[in-house]
Structure formats: C-alpha cells, structure tokens
Ligand binder design. Structure first.
Ligand code: SF4
Length: 283
C-alpha cells in the first residue's frame, strides 16, 4: 500500500514539474555553471590583456590558442582540458544515421550507459521534414531499443495521425539515449552529455520542423527555463528548424484532461508545417 502511494506521489510531482518547470533547481545550477565559465573566460582575458594591447576578450578557438604564444604553458595545459579544445571524435564525422548509430551505440559518457538494457538511437524516416523529440527511453523502449513504444508510443502515433502524419514519415528520437533508472528525469549533466548526438542526428536529417514532447525535451533542446505553459503555442528556432512544444504523451496518459490543450498545440504545429512545406516545398 505504502509503495503504491509513493508511486502515485512521484507521478503527481512529475506532472507538476512537467507543467510548472523546476526553475529554482535549474537556476542555481545554471548560475554555478555561469560563474565557472566566467572565471575561465576572465582568467584568459587577464592573461591576454597583461601581454598585449587587446581590449576585448578573444573568440577562443583551438587555432586562437595556438597563436597565443604569450599564454604560459601551464595555462595552456589547463585550457586544453576544456571542452572547446577537445579533439573531434569519430562519430562527429558520420555521413549518415546508420554510421552514427554504429559509432555511438556503446557510449558510456554518462552514468546512464551502465544501467541501460538497450541503447535507443531513434527511428523513422532519415529524410523527415518533421522530428518528434521526447525526454528519454522508458522501460518498454529500454527493452526493445526503440523510441516511443508501449502505451505512450501508441498515443504518439495517434496524435501524429490526427494531424495527418504517418509515424513512418516522421523521425522520432529522445534527448537522452539510455533509460534513466526508475524513469526519473534525466539530470542536466546527462542531457548535456547526450545532446551532441541528437544535434548530429538533426544535422543529418535536416528536419524543417521539430515537435518537443514535454518540458524536459524543450529544456534540453532549446535551453530555455520557462514552464510548459509559457513554451506552448510559440515557435522557436533550432539549427534551421522551427520548433514547437507540447505535452509528453506519458503525461497525457496520466492526465487525460490535457489532451484538449495538446490537440490545440498540434493543430498549430500542422498549420506551421502546411505554411512552410506545402506552400514552399522542401529546400
Ligand atoms: S545517455 Fe547518452 S551520453 Fe549517456 S551513456 Fe547513454 S548515449 Fe551516452
């Protein structure tokens, strides 16, 4: 009995977070990160300034670093450990989705790799105009290695059908490719570790429109801290694609009252598609 109550409480809290966001937690985290990034930037800036007449911070790239001969070796070593100086990995040069999948399917970049059953790359039309992006694999997805299977997956198929898309013509993926234990929300550092893979998928597929399913997907992709209420109904941009946000199908299964709002969202999404694709054709 206690277990059932606990599970129900977790679901309710998840739903509240889905709608209202968790800005408080993310705010603090973001502030901490910004301070660290600013510290690094300032220390580089100071180094540059003390050795030259440069009056503005430089745009820091690996090539710039090599030319900054007046930065001490000790500082260079420290900077080379920073992410923007890391060497390109093989998967970044993938020419298609198949190759990318092969190169990243054994990833262990975050702790989710250790607990997954199956890596969930994504599925659908590799030339899709439309992508649907969710949060991460659940139990069914983890068992099958496919995104959006089970009840939530069926509901997503129905939602797509309602706005005249066949599931096969859309590409479906998630922010993280391995299941968070107990279906918890992926942590910010897990999303940051996995996002480059999704970005590469988007680069290869070149969708014109992206539908974010749920707040976590929207936060992960758009890096906006707003609540779902504020994000819904608006059109954002990501890598040349128009992005809209609606509810995650799993949240709709828990709260069927939100289906009407979701219907309004996806109708707007379809209209955007019609305006963009049907009137102009795909570039
Ligand atoms: S969630 Fe993403 S980054 Fe983490 S182990 Fe899985 S594939 Fe790698």
């Amino acid at each position: 009995m206690k277990e059932i109550l606990k599970k129900q409480l977790i679901e309710v809290l998840k739903d509240q977070k889905e709608i209202f966001g968790d800005e408080l937690f993310q705010d603090n985290l973001l502030k901490r990160r910004t301070v660290v990034a600013e510290d690094t930037k300032q220390s580089i800036y100071k180094d540059v300034k003390s050795h030259s007449k440069v009056s503005e911070p430089l745009n820091l790239k690996k090539s710039n670093l090599d030319s900054l001969v007046f930065i001490s070796e000790e500082k260079k070593t420290k900077l080379e450990g920073h992410s923007f100086f890391e060497k390109k990995e093989d998967w970044e040069n993938s020419k298609n989705l198949e190759e990318l999948n092969k190169l990243i399917c054994n990833c262990q970049k975050c702790s989710l790799g250790a607990t997954r059953n199956k890596f969930v790359f994504g599925s659908g039309n590799p030339n899709a105009d439309v992508m649907a992006i969710g949060e991460g694999p659940g139990a069914d997805e983890d068992a099958q290695g496919l995104p959006f299977v089970g009840r939530a997956g069926k509901l997503l198929t129905d939602i797509l059908k309602a706005i005249k898309f066949e599931r096969e013509e859309v590409y479906i993926a998630n922010i993280v490719k391995c299941r968070p234990p107990g279906n918890r929300t992926p942590l910010p550092q897990e999303m940051d570790s996995c996002m480059p893979y999704l970005k590469k998928q988007i680069e290869l597929i070149k969708p014109r429109l992206i539908l974010c399913l749920g707040l976590t997907a929207a936060h992960g992709l758009l890096k906006k801290k707003d609540s779902l209420t504020n994000l819904r109904g608006k059109v954002f941009e990501f890598e040349n694609a128009k992005v809209m946000v609606t509810f995650h199908p799993a949240a709709l299964l828990r709260n069927p009252n939100w289906k009407r709002d979701c219907w309004e969202d996806v109708k707007k999404f379809r209209k955007l598609y019609d305006d963009l694709i049907l009137s102009n054709g795909k570039n």
